[in-house]
Design a protein around this ligand. Structure first.
Ligand code: NAP
Ligand code: ZN
Ligand code: ZN
Length: 347
């Protein structure tokens, strides 16, 4: 394999810059994918800046990958050369634990191999993500992408889309159910589109008043400005499900109190600092505080097929890779409409 071109950061305070590295020669079960687009997830920023701890540098972030297959291993059956293909947050898992057997590889008991900032199953070879020209992935961890959807807008489905689809299905969003979405960013805007398509009544909770028209266009029925505590108090005991996609510390109790009896708040956002829970916020109404991590390959494919059938994709701002640092800065400010996607031709 010729050297792969990408962008990497050397440490938590370094900038992303051009980086050449090796990938394995495709094996019998692997596909080689030429990357066309890669979304910028807030998790890329958390990890590039080592906000969760344990980061591996140099790091090539990126786990919202859409491209086209340019080579297939001798035993590959699901892909042919030229076909579109997608890669999400993980590229392998143990394949034998209960979670893997149930198609819930994201909860693998280990070793799971994340797309970047992780090591291959040998425990030492670092993985490098989608801010790069090509990736080699086992076909069983590669997703089928509809050729009918614009690839730049599909890329964010591979993380933002599945991260919201999975808890919406698990907690049974649908007609007659009130769903709240906290934080209208990359994840949040996918939650609004998906929950509305599933028939739920959707309320967006946001710190950004300028996002109200967009929230309604995306399918939200209500928009609540969270900087005004009165507006939250008035909605107590109303919601069946709240998906919390906020990337920073915030008051969870204010949202738990909006759940009706037996309602659930599923955290998907990963605040780098712990969040406090007041016991009364849960026990007075038998509420559930849950968490949810991306989705397995089976459910990710189901989500991609659902989005293709419903014509759902992400609202994106496509950027050249040279603007990745500026895109990070805007994402941190909540100024993203609603996902930055890197055009890999510009690499
Ligand atoms: P994003 O595009 O930056 O969106 C986050 C949104 O949260 C912002 O647009 C903003 O929305 C709101 N927000 C930001 N700072 C806030 C603050 N201090 N207080 C209140 N609200 C704030 O990020 P993303 O890519 O959607 O990711 C969101 C979080 O989910 C990140 O922590 C990411 O690591 C995590 N994540 C988790 C999973 C999983 O599997 N669980 C998968 C992917 C990402 P408003 O302007 O509307 O307030
Ligand atoms: Zn992500
Ligand atoms: Zn496993």
């Amino acid at each position: 394999m010729p050297p792969i071109r990408g962008y990497a950061t050397k440490g938590p305070t370094s900038k992303l810059e051009p980086f050449a590295f090796e990938r394995r020669e495709p094996g019998p079960h692997d596909v080689l994918i030429e990357i066309l687009y890669c979304g910028i997830c807030h998790s890329d920023i958390h990890q590039a800046r080592d906000e969760w701890g344990g980061a591996i540098f140099p790091m090539v972030p990126g786990h919202e990958i859409v491209g086209r297959v340019t080579r297939v291993g001798s035993k590959v059956t699901r892909f042919t050369i030229g076909e579109p293909a997608g890669v999400g947050c993980f590229v392998d898992s143990c394949r034998v634990c209960g979670s893997c057997k149930e198609g819930l590889e994201q909860y693998c008991e280990g070793p799971i191999v994340f797309t970047y900032n992780s090591t291959e199953k040998d425990g030492k070879t670092p993985t490098y993500g989608g801010y790069s020209s090509h990736i080699v992935v086992d076909e069983n961890y590669t997703l089928k992408i509809s050729p009918n959807l614009p690839p730049a807008n599909v890329a964010p489905l591979l993380c933002a889309g599945i991260t919201m689809y999975s808890p919406l299905r698990h907690f049974k969003a649908g007609p007659g159910r009130r769903v709240g979405v906290v934080g209208l960013g990359g994840l949040g805007h996918m939650a609004v589109k998906l929950a509305a398509a599933m028939g739920a009544e959707v309320t967006v909770f946001s710190t950004s008043p300028s996002k109200e028209p967009d929230a309604r266009r995306l399918g939200a029925h209500e928009f609540v400005m969270t900087k005004d505590p009165q507006s939250l108090a008035a909605l107590a005991n109303r919601f069946d499900l709240i998906l919390d996609a906020v990337s920073a510390p915030h008051d969870l109790n204010a949202y738990l109190n909006l759940l009706r009896r037996d309602g659930a708040l599923a955290l998907v956002g990963v605040s780098p600092k712990p969040l406090e829970v007041n016991a009364f916020s849960l026990i007075l109404k038998r509420r559930t505080l849950a968490g949810s991590l991306i989705g397995g390959t089976r459910e990710t494919q189901e989500m991609l097929d659902y989005c293709a059938a419903q014509n759902i994709t992400s609202d994106v701002e496509v950027i050249p890779i040279q603007q990745v640092e500026a895109a990070y800065a805007r994402t941190i400010k909540g100024d993203v409409r609603y996902r930055f996607v890197i055009d890999m031709k510009t690499l």
